[in-house]
Design a protein around this ligand. Structure first.
Ligand SMILES: [Zn+2]
Ligand SMILES: [Zn+2]
Length: 92
């Protein structure tokens, strides 16, 4: 017996490079993918102009949020909805 891989394996499924989820290209619609177009950033309270990607040595006084929508939870649902884009779609 070799059954059991429930998650993946359906023919033709691809991985979306935005949301990292497996999707079926034949049912890819304009509302299929939720993602954040900008990075999760960390900004100092005393210097609003400087920001950088979140790192392991983040200072505790920094405010962390998505630069696109301001969501403070790294796991927050994407603020933008679009088609899934696979790694080999090349989208300019
Ligand atoms: Zn966002
Ligand atoms: Zn996606």
């Amino acid at each position: 017996m070799n059954g059991g891989e429930g998650e993946k394996g359906k023919a033709g499924e691809k991985v979306c490079r935005r949301c990292k989820k497996l999707y079926d290209p034949s049912s890819n619609a304009s509302s299929s993918c939720r993602f954040h177009p900008s990075f999760f950033v960390s900004r100092r309270h005393d210097d609003q102009k400087r920001y950088y990607e979140l790192g392991p040595d983040d200072p505790p006084y920094a405010a962390k949020f998505y630069d696109c929508c301001g969501a403070e939870d790294p796991a927050a649902l994407g603020c933008t909805v679009s088609f899934h884009v696979s790694y080999d779609d090349g989208d300019e």
